[in-house]
Design a protein around this ligand. Structure first.
Ligand code: DGT
Ligand code: MG
Ligand code: MG
Ligand code: MG
Ligand code: MG
Length: 268
């Protein structure tokens, strides 16, 4: 077919191929969720409906898109890690990022009612996305550790802050004042001595965030089969399947990575 004289405009497209051998991380973050959470009556400091919906949407991203080996989420964000050898969409950053963001956003709206029931969705939410490349296993683990440490720092602060307000009767300004300059140990101490709360017994979902992984399992179905010169028979057929598993555990230490040796590929 002859090319039109307009065809040259294609050459204006820029190359955004992700460097080979690197893990590709796409991180999404809810736009203006400070306001979104207020307007939709999210409970403070953590709303399990909102966290459940984030995780459901991330699960849909893992199931619909290819080559994601692990995802980690907390608050209004989720990170998706593509395997380092992935060649999905020829590793084009914009394709990967926009597919993750749009699959996630549409799932968030699609599944809203399952989590929020009578609370209506008041306007269409959106999520920004970014792509970061990590060349070594250490870099990737440090990235995930950074996000989980962020979850811990924010959740400890928010837990003490809202306990001071909700159980201690402080105003938000007083609670903020009270926490100024305190270290983690001080915050733990306030919870323990004043409110009889051991932070380590608080929900793991809130303290550790959510990690999504692929878990393999065997599935057996009965098939009707016709052999030549024989009656039709019912035969059990076993297939190896995989499904997304949710974990609320530490991913900073060695134990998690020793228990899940298939996630990372060797550094070469
Ligand atoms: P951005 O990301 O720059 O567009 O602005 P925000 O407002 O989304 O800021 P960000 O992402 O740094 O902070 C997340 C906000 O979402 C933060 O204000 C708290 C809110 N949020 C997230 N999860 C929960 C929750 O479970 N409960 C409540 N009450 N708020 C939450
Ligand atoms: Mg932000
Ligand atoms: Mg946000
Ligand atoms: Mg955020
Ligand atoms: Mg198309």
């Amino acid at each position: 077919m002859a090319k039109s004289k307009f065809e040259y405009v294609r050459s204006f497209e820029t190359d955004d191929t992700c460097l080979r051998n690197c893990y590709i991380v796409v991180r999404l973050d809810g736009r203006n969720f400070h306001k979104f959470s207020e307007q939709h009556g999210f409970t403070k400091p953590n709303d399990n409906r909102a966290l459940g919906l984030m995780t459901r949407s991330a699960q849909s991203v893992m199931e619909e898109l290819e080559d994601i080996i692990i995802a980690y989420g907390q608050s209004d964000e989720f990170s998706f890690v593509f395997k380092r050898t992935s060649n999905w969409f020829k590793r084009r950053a914009s394709k990967l990022m926009t597919h993750v963001a749009s699959q996630f956003s549409s799932s968030y709206v699609f599944y809203w009612k399952e989590y929020f029931e009578e609370q209506p969705l008041l306007y269409p939410p959106s999520f920004d996305g970014r792509v970061v490349l990590y060349p070594t296993n250490r870099n990737l683990r440090d990235y995930l550790s950074w996000r989980q440490a962020d979850c811990h720092i924010n959740n400890l602060y928010n837990t003490v802050f809202w306990t001071l307000v909700q159980k201690g009767g402080l105003t938000t300004a007083q609670a903020e004042d009270r926490l100024k300059g305190t270290l983690a140990a001080d915050k733990n101490e306030i919870l323990f001595s004043e409110f009889d709360i051991n932070y380590n017994n608080e929900s793991a979902l809130h303290r550790k965030g959510t990690t999504l992984l692929w878990k393999k399992h065997e599935e057996t179905v009965i098939r009707r089969m016709k052999q030549p010169n024989a009656e039709e028979k019912e035969v059990p057929v076993t297939r190896s399947k995989r499904r997304v598993e949710n974990l609320y555990c530490d991913i900073i230490g060695e134990q998690f990575w020793e228990e899940h040796p298939d996630i990372l590929e060797e550094d070469n």
